[in-house]
Design a protein around this ligand. Structure first.
Ligand SMILES: *Cc1c(COP(=O)(O)O)cnc(C)c1O
Length: 421
């Protein structure tokens, strides 16, 4: 099936007389006829649902759909994008390990990596994703367990050279984990370029309507954990009476371990109702991403030509340093997200945002309604000016998320606010 068809039909196909629309299994638990049957579920010997923290039919349908959209062997939905990133990291790394990450990443992820993972005993160091391989290679250490980056960075809108960085990770025997939140599998499928694990904040375009927090971890099934000496994957797990993930689950070893260990113990699960909303969003993802990208490109061109703006970052704009990467990785479009800097700096940025009428100021991005945010005073508030610069964020940078309104109305609102700025 093509992606448009998968968005509508993967994960749930009703049998004779069953509901046409994915039903919400609003139940924490499931009934069984014998203790033997339940024991086999607990041993992971039989597939099935026994407790909603570990699996639920509605959540399962969405996991199957997202896995299919990304071309993976399995997926795990989580309570938020932050939980998805944490789950992916903790499935692979433990205290004493090192994680390598690109530095222009989402502010919440940066904080998780730089502060909270350190408290878990996991050290994260950051590299410039545009640096040459010779420089990046020096950042890998003997205890490095994974390399992390964002397809399209939030909010700086840099494009990740997935193929180059995945090869580099593999040369160092570690998986490449990609946050594909902004691109979504409609615009880019990182597994096709060598990424091993994908994480999503489904809160953004996958839901797309600003109604439901969520995240998802997707496993390509391609990383050979045993060959690269990841002992927790190929040696008996004492918390599952000696289960060996690579032997019992083969290509799905990572995603089963993520669920069986990390979701079991940390409990950051998606709810059935939440999964239902995410599924509704996924059904129209292709149409929305086309229109967001079309409106985004038109608005980016308008802003680039406006004298009150000193810098517009949108990957497909002429002159953008990532334009060749955008052509390769995002041939269908570059989303509705645009980052811009006003010529009048931080204060002009504030006057501009306050003068907008249609486009609303909110802590969100990737919604059907146009919205705007000043990262340095909100999502990236915890970062010092030096850290902001490292993340590629000018203190005056404004992140605009172009919605599905008529593009003339969006441009008219921007034009009148720029006059006032
Ligand atoms: C929003 C976002 C996250 C965090 O997701 P939440 O659902 O807000 O927890 C992670 N990565 C990227 C790229 C994001 O935009």
């Amino acid at each position: 099936m093509q992606l448009e068809t998968q968005c509508l039909h993967e994960g749930y196909s009703p049998k004779n007389g069953e509901p046409r629309v994915l039903p919400i299994a609003q139940s924490t638990t499931f009934r069984y006829e014998s203790t033997e049957a339940v024991a086999r579920l607990f041993d992971l010997a039989d597939p099935g649902f026994f407790y909603t923290r570990l699996g639920n039919p509605t959540v399962d349908a969405v996991e199957k759909k997202i896995a299919a959209l990304e071309g993976g062997v399995g997926a795990l939905c989580t309570s938020s994008g932050q939980a998805a990133t944490l789950t992916a990291i903790l499935t692979v790394a433990k205290a004493g390990d090192h994680v390598l990450s690109t530095q222009s990443i989402y502010g919440g992820t940066f904080n998780l990596f730089a502060v909270t993972l350190k408290r878990f005993g996991i050290e994260v160091s950051f590299v410039d994703q545009r640096a040459p391989n010779s420089e990046l290679a020096q950042a890998f250490r003997p205890n490095t367990k994974l390399f992390f980056g964002e397809t399209l960075t939030n909010p700086s809108m840099h494009v990740l050279d997935i193929e180059r960085l995945a090869s580099l990770a593999h040369e160092h025997g570690v998986p490449f984990v990609v946050d594909n939140t902004f691109a979504t599998p409609y615009l880019c499928r990182p597994f096709e370029f060598g990424a091993d694990i994908v994480v999503h904040s489904t809160t953004k375009y996958l839901d797309g309507h600003a109604v439901q927090m969520g995240g998802c971890v997707v496993d390509s099934g391609n990383f050979d954990w045993k060959a690269h000496g990841y002992s927790e994957f190929c040696e008996p797990d004492p918390s599952y009476h000696g289960l060996v993930y690579t032997e019992a689950f083969g290509k799905a070893a990572f995603i089963v371990k993520a669920r069986a260990q990390i979701m079991r113990d940390l409990g950051c699960c998606q709810t059935p109702q939440g999964a239902f909303y995410i599924n509704l969003g996924l059904e129209t993802l292709p149409l929305r991403m086309q229109k967001h990208s079309e409106n985004g490109a038109t608005v980016a061109a308008f802003l680039a030509a406006h004298p009150a703006i000193s810098q517009v970052t949108y990957p497909s704009l002429p002159g953008n340093p990532d334009r060749a990467l955008a052509t390769k990785y995002l041939p269908k479009g570059c989303t509705g997200v645009i980052s811009l800097v006003l010529a009048g700096g931080r204060e002009a940025g504030a006057r501009f945002i306050d003068a907008l009428k249609l486009i609303s100021l909110e802590v969100h991005v990737a919604d059907i309604r146009s919205c705007i945010l000043h990262p340095a005073s909100s999502t990236h508030r915890q970062l010092s000016d030096a850290q902001l610069a490292e993340s590629g964020i000018d203190p005056g940078l404004v992140r605009l998320s172009v919605g599905l309104e008529h593009v003339d109305d969006i441009i008219a609102d921007l034009a009148q606010a720029l006059e006032k700025a």
